[in-house]
Design a protein around this ligand. Structure first.
Ligand SMILES: [Fe+2]
Ligand SMILES: [Fe+2]
Length: 507
């Protein structure tokens, strides 16, 4: 399932845009249908259309009706898809691909070999379960309309209906099983599992041939043709998974879509930037893992997407990779501090550049835009107090010092998740620096982190509420003191080996 995107107000301009997007893709789909169906008839298209024109006209109206219903479904159920040209293209591209694959597989092999679960699996992964269920129905009906009214690829009426039933039910079962899929490769298992319902339906539908004694495949016995058709069913299930595994990464890349599979791969410690962080800036890596855990708890507490918050938090400080040794968490205690030789202005410049640097690095690595936004927003426009204080100490008068020269460039957090990561980041550092792992100490430290950010108006550009901030504070105290609770000190025991056994005594 894809991660939920943020929404805004829907206005008349959005309606006009969505109609235009949909109309354009409807035309493209009709052109694709015509190109596939009429490719062999081009040499005698006039005569062909004279004979079959009425059927094609009927098919055309049926397809337009189906797409009109599809538009209204998204308008009432998921407007966000209609808002972006890219998202409408993505949904139609899945439908176009399914039609082309179904047509040729049906033509070359059998209608039972079609990749029936493809649309359900794709839309589930790229969007959500509700849209997947709806698009599964649309795709099954689309192929049924083409089969029925345009002289599609099938020959027997029985096969029209059986392929409709198979497409609908196998797609639905695949969608239900998909919720359990942890990795994209477990989809192969789903492809194999859906073979059972497909083959059961094929078997039941083909049973009628036992009574009539006429096999559905010419040249074979009735039982042979049943087995062959069930083999095609197996091919259809496996084909759905193979097509899904091949096409999904392409769609994730082209449409920059954040699926749960992609999110899991990006948050693995083997992900390219996280691996670099672990090797080149281990202190920052440990800090990021902690901030990720805290952000996840905070997101859960205020009803935001916890997976999304956790993933974005893991990447919030990747900009430090440019100069890892300039950040405290990567310096060994007692070691020579690189900032001792630098002017406070230069030090502040290096420190604050990690926000912009992270933004650029995340974009260069084609990671989600949201990660880049969090990286550049997680310090908002806060001053870097340590170096500002150092500059004040070094200067004769403070009049020529501008605090903005010692502040992050922003922007301030634009979303609740970015605000969560800003707070969790500072809370983790404050509690660690003050060793404030007792609940009251942690509460005080976190309260002051939130209050300082409120005083400096860091939340003025996102819709976080006081209720949210209170819940975040509780979640942080609970997680930090729960994770870093003080352990009971055990008295040391010295063990003595005697002839009768081992004895212990207090040291
Ligand atoms: Fe940072
Ligand atoms: Fe940080």
């Amino acid at each position: 399932m894809a991660v939920k995107q943020l929404s805004g107000q829907w206005n008349r301009k959005d309606t006009v845009k969505s109609i235009l997007f949909f109309l354009l893709h409807t035309i493209i789909l009709i052109v694709v249908l015509a190109a596939v169906l009429l490719a062999d008839e081009l040499s005698h298209i006039r005569e062909y259309m004279k004979e079959n024109g009425a059927d094609y006209l009927y098919a055309l109206f049926a397809v337009i009706m189906l797409l009109l219903i599809m538009y209204f479904y998204f308008l009432f159920e998921d407007k966000e898809i209609l808002r972006k040209f890219k998202d409408v293209t993505m949904i139609f591209a899945v439908l176009d691909l399914y039609f082309v694959a179904s047509y040729y597989i049906g033509d070359l092999l059998s209608v039972y070999a079609r990749p029936v679960a493809f649309v359900g699996l794709m839309v589930f992964s790229l969007s959500n379960r509700k849209n997947a269920i709806f698009m599964n129905i649309v795709s099954a009906l689309l192929v049924f309309i083409i089969d029925t009214f345009s002289g599609g690829v099938t020959t027997s009426t029985n096969e029209y209906y059986s392929s409709l039933i198979i497409a609908f039910s196998a797609g639905m079962i695949a969608i239900f099983l998909c919720s359990q899929a942890k990795t994209r490769f477990s989809i192969v298992g789903i492809g194999i599992l859906i073979v059972f319902p497909i083959d059961l339906i094929v078997f039941l539908l083909e049973l009628s041939t036992l009574f009539s004694g006429e096999p559905s495949i010419a040249g074979l016995t009735v039982w042979q043709s049943i087995w062959v058709n069930m083999g095609f069913g197996l091919f259809g299930g496996v084909m759905s998974a193979i097509l899904f595994l091949t096409v999904l990464p392409l769609f994730e890349f082209i449409f920059n879509r954040l699926t749960v599979f992609r999110l899991r791969e990006m948050t693995s410690s083997d992900a390219k930037l996280l691996k670099r962080l672990k090797e080149e800036a281990p202190g920052t890596y440990n800090h990021s893992v902690m901030v990720a855990q805290l952000s996840e708890a905070c997101a859960l507490a205020i009803g935001e997407n916890a997976d999304y918050a956790r993933a974005a938090a893991l990447y919030h400080d990747v900009g430090k990779l440019a100069h890892p040794e300039h950040f405290t968490e990567n310096q060994v205690k007692g070691d020579y501090n690189l900032h001792d030789e630098l002017s406070p202005e230069l030090s502040a410049d290096i420190i604050r550049s990690h926000a912009q640097g992270g933004y650029a690095l995340i974009q260069r690595n084609h990671l989600p835009q949201f990660f880049a936004d969090v990286a550049v927003q997680h310090h908002g426009t806060l001053p870097i107090r340590y170096f500002y204080a150092k500059a004040l100490k070094l200067s004769d008068s403070d009049s020529d010092l501008n605090i903005e020269d010692f502040s992050y460039l922003g922007p301030k957090p634009q979303t609740k998740v970015a605000a969560i990561i800003m707070i969790a980041d500072a809370a983790e550092a404050a509690v660690r620096a003050q060793n404030a792992y007792q609940p009251e100490q942690a509460e005080r430290a976190i309260r002051s982190v939130i209050e300082e950010r409120m005083d400096l108006e860091q939340f003025s550009e996102c819709d976080i509420t006081m209720v949210d901030l209170t819940k975040i504070r509780h979640a942080l105290v609970h997680t930090l003191t729960g994770v870093k609770h003080k352990r009971v000190e055990y008295p040391p025991i010295r063990y003595k080996r005697t002839e009768s056994g081992t004895k212990g005594e207090n040291e």
